[in-house]
Design a protein around this ligand. Structure first.
Ligand code: ADP
Ligand code: MG
Length: 729
């Protein structure tokens, strides 16, 4: 009987690129045309409504109800001009995906007729029946309902036939149930803290924004193969699979030419992204076969996060048109590089000045150093929280796997800036500085080259690297909502800047001159945060030892890493800044633990199913063939001949028996551990049990399954093999 795998492979062979080029226009002609952005607003809104919404975007003020009605009516008119029939509040619940519930614009009226309507109330607030979204017990304790509220700082857009309105999602008692709410709060707090520090250098600065440019890595697999791999469908990763003979050893895929089918797909999703105003601009192959990356031009962080969430959705939907499935999982294939989502982060004034870009004068460079040193200090203070912010069952496969940043948080600065900080530390002494010393210091600072870009991006092994004019947080996972790590980063930097300002002001009050007060405080921060700086190879075992000596944590798995979310220090951070209270943090902690447990639980069940329904039957089937063959030999051979000739086949039969026995025994033992774990009485205990007791079975079972893949008849092996999934034409 032909296996489903062989049939699927025939589909794959016959694929041709699907050209869906809908336009010969250049990007600028259609860019953002599905967004209710400035142009659409100007065309559809009254001057009064336009000013009101702009004010609310720039100042964070609330749009008046009266205006909301006008804006809603205009949005509806604009959307209808594009054949849109429905609207939805679009939000980012803690489950990680985006959520939407579509409502029609039409409303029945008397006489059996209908009209299209969209009111200010519908725009501003909705009450989705949200009881099935994760809430960590918050809504159970308080109110069973949650509501979504419009975020005017991220423009409405059309996706499919639906007008999507970006919103926050909170419980009736006001606790955040999503990623956007704390992100917006963190951006606000950071703005305030950074603006105040900017005032030391430039009185004209009134607002500071965080900028984010993410790089999204992903794999593509043919949908015919995906459709018969339950593990990929249900968990996003292959739970079994023998490494291909030709893997990524040759590194010939990286920046090689993009296969035609893939490039047709990329053009298509880029086209869709551009309609939505997502500024994706870069595309290339990644290190692993069938792995790719795309990156946009950076944007204000809240918008960038929305755009990343939307892009992941666009990528998934468009892939299906091309008979591909996009794998956003951090580690779809064992033994092959995983996927990350590098978060390039910086701070900018509304005038467009990048505060993490070295300047040309001593004054601007002192400002640069201030933000630079404060960021390093913040990462030092809250390394564990930052680690927690990227912890997930998926990302555990990646961190520290000698191909991705390690689970130890450190900061890479590059030679030049390390030297600048070392020199500063030496040049400033604690007593009062002479005018000559101060001048010399400023001269030195003035000499920081503004072309660091070329030699700072070399260390790819660092989880948090300075890359010339921004920091790059590389440990973020490819499927993650990067709103959360960005919230943490904004918060810790804000905290550091607030403390910095206090210290400098105290010195100034003590009659220390301003520049000297800044120098002294920077020196203090440089010394305090020294331990987090690491310029060497983050993949090496040496670093693990060294980090341990320095007292830096290395927490390889999620349940342990998540503890930092609710530490005293983290609670104090978020509560003092008004970003999340302790109830919200505890709820988030619990949700993260539960998500972890569920993921491992599902994987464990799928492993057992696949082993019992697919792997063992295939192995026994082949074994039966071998047994028949041996029996046949015995019939017409002399006993002596048989002994020598049948030896290999008999060994094969035995090997299959042994491996099947091991797999089956382990599957049963794993199920027992799962049962035990399920009876534990806290989310924390369950997560640890799944991590320490259930998960270890995955590896031994996989080892034996992969060995079977190596010996069982290729024609009857049920699962698409790595070599078949990883090579795209
Ligand atoms: P690579 O890291 O691959 O060498 P680049 O350094 O050119 O590529 O940029 C990577 C990402 O960094 C892009 O998504 C880009 O938008 C983003 N980026 C560049 N400047 C900034 C900035 N000031 N703030 C945030 N992101 C930025
Ligand atoms: Mg990069």
């Amino acid at each position: 009987m032909t296996s489903r795998r062989i049939l699927a492979l025939q589909d794959v062979v016959n694929r041709v690129p699907v050209e869906l080029n809908k336009t010969n226009q250049s990007v600028s002609q259609y860019y953002g045309s599905d967004v209710f952005g400035l142009d659409a607003m100007r065309e559809y809104l009254s001057e009064e409504a336009f000013d009101s919404i702009q004010h609310s975007i720039n100042q964070g003020s609330i749009v008046e109800r009266k205006m909301a009605d006008q804006i809603a009516a205009s949005m509806k008119a604009w959307a209808q001009s594009k054949h849109v029939t429905h609207f939805t509040h679009w939000f980012q619940p803690l489950s990680g995906a985006t959520a939407e519930k579509h409502d029609g614009f039409f409303e029945p009226i008397a006489g059996g007729r209908a009209i299209e309507r969209f009111s200010g109330n519908q725009l501003v607030q909705q009450e989705p029946d949200a009881s099935s979204f994760p809430n960590g017990g918050i809504r159970n304790t308080f109110e069973a309902r949650g509501y979504t509220a419009w975020d005017p700082t991220s423009p409405a857009f059309i996706w499919g036939n639906t007008l999507c309105i970006p919103t926050i999602f909170v419980s009736y008692t006001g606790e955040a149930l999503d990623f956007k709410t704390p992100l917006l709060k963190s951006l606000h707090v950071l703005d305030k803290a950074a603006t105040e520090v900017c005032q030391y250098f430039d009185k004209n600065v009134t607002k500071v924004i965080a900028t984010l440019g993410w790089e999204q890595e992903y794999f593509l697999v043919d949908s015919a193969l995906y459709n018969i791999r339950y593990d990929l469908q249900q968990t996003g990763r292959t739970l079994f699979g023998h490494a291909p003979a030709k893997g990524q050893q040759l590194e010939d895929h990286y920046w090689g030419s993009i296969p035609e089918r893939v490039s047709a797909y990329m053009r298509d999703f880029e086209y869709e992204s551009h309609l939505l105003g997502i500024p994706v601009r870069t595309r290339h192959n990644e290190v692993a076969p069938a792995q790719f990356e795309c990156a946009p031009v950076f944007e204000e962080a809240n918008l960038a996060v929305d755009h990343n969430q939307l892009l992941m959705d666009v990528m998934e939907k468009v892939a299906i048109r091309h008979n591909f499935r996009v794998l956003l999982h951090e580690k779809p294939y064992a033994g092959v590089n995983g996927s990350g989502k590098h978060n390039n982060w910086s701070l900018a004034t509304t005038g467009g000045k990048n505060l993490l870009s070295p300047g040309k004068t001593p004054k601007t460079n002192l400002q640069f150093l201030t933000f630079f040193v404060n960021t390093v200090k913040a990462v030092y203070e809250h390394a564990d929280l930052l680690r927690a912010s990227i912890a997930s069952a998926n990302n555990d496969h990646r961190l520290g796997a000698n191909e991705a940043p390690p689970a130890i948080m450190s900061v890479f600065l590059g030679d030049q800036l390390s030297k600048v900080l070392d020199d500063l530390e030496k040049a400033i002494h604690s007593g009062k500085m002479s005018p000559e010393e101060k001048t010399a210091l400023k001269m030195n600072i003035g000499r920081i080259p503004d072309i660091l870009l070329d030699n700072t991006d070399r260390n790819r092994t660092s989880p948090f690297a300075f890359t010339g004019n921004k920091f790059e947080f590389r440990a973020v996972g490819s499927s993650a909502n990067c709103g959360w790590p960005m919230t943490v980063l904004n918060a810790i930097v804000a905290e550091s800047l607030i403390a910095f300002k206090n210290e400098v002001d105290t010195l100034i009050n003590d009659k220390v001159e301003k520049d000297e007060a800044i120098f002294q405080t920077l020196k203090k921060y440089i010394i305090e945060s020294k331990r987090i700086r690491f310029e060497g190879n983050g993949y090496g075992d040496e670093w693990k030892k060294e980090a341990k000596k320095r007292g830096l944590n290395n927490i390889p798995t999620t349940p342990g890493a998540l503890e930092a979310m609710t530490s005293k220090k983290s609670k104090a951070l978020f509560e003092s800044l008004g970003i999340l209270n302790h109830i919200e943090l505890e709820a988030r902690h619990e949700i993260s633990l539960e998500t972890y447990t569920k993921k491992i639980q599902i994987e464990s069940r799928i492993i057992a199913d696949m082993v019992n329904n697919q792997i063992i039957p295939a192995a026994l089937n082949y074994q039966k063939n071998l047994v028949d063959s041996v029996r046949g030999m015995k019939e017409f051979m002399s006993a002596d001949d048989f002994k020598t000739v049948a030896k290999t086949q008999i060994e094969l039969i035995k090997e299959i028996s042994d491996r099947v026995t091991t797999i089956k025994t382990e599957a049963d033992a794993m199920t027992e551990e799962r049962k035990k774990a399920n009876t534990l009485d806290s989310a924390e205990k369950q997560a640890h049990a799944y991590c320490d007791k259930v998960k270890p079975f995955f590896d031994t079972m996989r080892y034996n399954v992969d060995k079977l893949e190596g010996i069982v008849d290729d024609a009857t092996w049920p699962l698409p093999k790595y070599r078949e999934m990883l090579y795209l034409r």
